[in-house]
Structures are given as C-alpha cells and as structure tokens.
Design a protein around this ligand. Sequence first.
Ligand code: BGP
Length: 477
Amino acid sequence: MKQFPESFLWGGAAAANQFEGAYLEDGKLPSTADTLGVGMENRMGRTGPIEMQPEIYCPSHKAIDFYHHYKEDVALFGEMGFQVFRTSIAWSRIFPKGDELEPNEKGLQFYDDLFDELHKYGIEPLITITHYEMPLHLAQEYGGWKNRKLIDFYERYCKTIFTRYKDKVKYWLNFNEINTNAMLPLFQCGFTKGFTDPDRWQDIYQASHHMFVASARANQLCHEIIPGAKIGMMLAGMQSYPETCKPEDVYATLKHKHESLYFADTMMRGHYPAYAKSMWREKGVKLDIQPGDLELMAAYPCDYLGFSYYMSGVTAADPSGGSSIGNLAFGKQNPYLEGSSDWGWQIDAVGLKSYLVELYDRYEKPLFIVENGLGTRDELLPTEKDGYRVEDDYRIDYLRRHIIEIYNAIQDGVEVMGYTPWGCIDLVSASGGQMSKRYGFIYVDVDDEGHGTFERCKKKSFDWYKQVIETKGGNVL
Ligand code: BGP
C-alpha cells in the first residue's frame, strides 16, 4: 500500500487574529488586525492611517472565540489525529503595545496552557511568530516595519517566547507570507500604501529589509535558546505559468517569479539575489543597509521554507486582458484548468507538485505546506434529530487531489516536512473578513456579523481527514 513517510507531519493551520477573539482580554491591546472590518474595501482596500473603527463590526474582536473554546477545539484536532497544529502568537498579548520592556504574564500563560493542551493529544505546535498583525501602537507610533526600531522590539518578543516555550515548541515560522509585503503592506508591515504612492516601493523594500534582519536575529536566538529547534520562513506560494512558449512570455514569467521569490531567495540563501539590484533600480529603491546587516543575514538563514498554496496563475509579456484570479494574484485565466473556488481562485493540484519540485531544486532545504484548502460557502443540511450537517464533498475532493500531488513530489525526491490545511476549523477570512468563506473540517456557527451560537459541528470532511491521517495518506493514494 502506498503511504506517506512515517516522519511526515499531518495537521491543520490557523492564526491568532482570525480565530482567537478576546481582543482586549487579559491585558491584550488592539493589534493592526483589530482595526479591520468586513469586505475587501475595508481590508485590502484600506488607505490612510491604521485606526480602530468603533462604528463597525471588526471580526477579529470575537472571531470564533477560540480563546475560550480552545480545550474543546484541541480535543477535536486530537480526535482527527493531528500530529501538528500551526497557529500564531498574538504579539499584542505578549507585549500589548510592542515597545514595553516587560511582557504580559497573562498573555504568556494563555499560550502555555494552549501548548500543554496540544501536547496532551500528542500534537506539536508549529508557531508563526507573527501572522498578519502587530501591536497597533507600533504601527501608530513608529510607522511599523519602516522603522528600524521594530527590529529590537521583535527581537525582545522573540527572546521572550523562545525562552518561555523552549520545552514546548520546536517548530517556528518568523512571518506569515512575507512576500505579501509587496502587494499589501497593511497586513504585516504596519502601514498602508496605494499603488501610485511615490514612496510605495521605497517603504515596502526598506520595511522588508528590516524584517530580514529581524528574522536573522530570531534565527540566531532560536538556535541558541532551543537547541534542535527549526525556524523557517513562510511564503505565499503560487505556481505561475507562461501564457505561451513565446520566449517573451517565458521571460515575463521568470521576472514575475522574482517578485515573490525575492523574499525566499534572500531568507533561505542568506543574501540578496543578483537580480535584486536591478529590481531596486527599476522601482527607485535605495535601501538603507546598516553595517553588519548583510553579515547577520548570511550567518543565519532559515532552516526550512513553509508556504501556502491555493492556486496557480498565468503570466504574459503583454498583461492586457488579465484579470484578478485570486485575492492577491492578478493574471490571466488558464484554459487547461477546470474549476475555481467560489471566490475565483483557480484550482490547480498539479501546480503544487511542480511548485514543490521547483522550490526544492532552488533551495535544497525542507519544505512545509503550511496552508492549503478550499474556501467555500457551506450549506447546512438538516439531520433527523433537529441538528444540521455539512456534506463538503467538494472540500474532500480539493484536498484529496492536492495530497496526491504532494505524494508525487516526494516520489520525485522533494523533502516535505508536513501538511497543515488552512482553517482546519472555520475562521475569519483574511482578505474579506467574512465567516461565510469557510475552510474547516469543523463548522462554527458564527455569521459575517458575529452572530451565532459559536457551536462546533464536524463536517463530512472531518472523518475523511481523520482516515487520511490514520492511513498516512493510504486511503487517497
Ligand atoms: C493566506 C493567509 C491566511 C488565510 C488564507 C486564506 O493568504 O496566510 O491568513 O486567511 O490565505 O485566505 P482568505 O482568508 O482570504 O480566504
């Protein structure tokens, strides 16, 4: 019987601001994510200063209230047989403003309890140090990652959590989808920038440089404090194809890939790639690189590459006729692919295989698929006993096809550490803020306005995924 390797870690993924809720509890102060409302305009389309919006519903405030339901939810993850659970620590629980000298003990205690609960079921935490947020104060007072001071604040935060959780967490990721800085600095850089703002690229690339230095410091600290731990980077992954075999289209695709792999090339290899100089020149960027920065980046590259994968795209030398094919991706439709998600994300399981092979060829370091999945509107069907059920065969089909291609990539020699499908329990969408875009094996009764019982219910995919884990993928291969 075909199976995944014994060492392959199966699990699921989530992020603090998209599922914890309790945004002001136990000493926590708002994070940048707590300023975001529902709808693309109120999130990805935001311009101007990052401020709270007391007049509207901001979904991170309650989310699915994992903060108070974590025992029940972790028990369900345990029942599915998870070996790993990816979540993030909310920086603003540990350092509510971000620039304090002392951490918030209650925030630290929450994650202690969560990690203990996970270990009770034999689940290893995989921790994203910061996932699409920062303490709001750091954005408002310092301008976010544009400001070099954030490197020190991040270092203090990392040192605190590495020291506190050194016996509980051995897998770490520094920033979520760091290449999205170039598309949407609001989510992680701590400032907004319009596409036509003259200082757009300067600020984004300077902020990213600070994050590269911060990541190198975190990598160094992690290895010093937690021997044997692995700390990786995290990329928004997407396979891109040339529209035709016309050499100009192939070259345009290569250049398009540089835009996103710039981040992985730098953090995995420990130095800026050769093409960085021309990229900075074209974008009018003059980086302020301080003495010692490049040496530090070279000395402490990342141990592994974690990435999300939802779809693929098509690139042409002549971009006219292109359209949006996903929340952060623009390009042309692929006539060879059938089907996209309810949100227009073009589904391409084979693209995951080629992407894995390509990344492994490029870095020769382990890869971890830390997000993948299908965001859909789930229909509630009545059960005989006044309850409801979700028959999410479409989700099973999506995941099954991707799992097969991961297996195929492993057969091609790629080292894959594991697989944590996104939103293993329904949570708030990052791009749109809705609850109605659901990814989970577990349904949560909350709507787009935050109303509902918050009751959890297993979908059909719950038992299916449990079996996938039990058989090490054998039931789908
Ligand atoms: C990734 C993010 C996640 C997540 C996921 C799905 O880009 O790392 O935070 O939300 O995409 O996106 P969405 O929630 O917009 O459907």
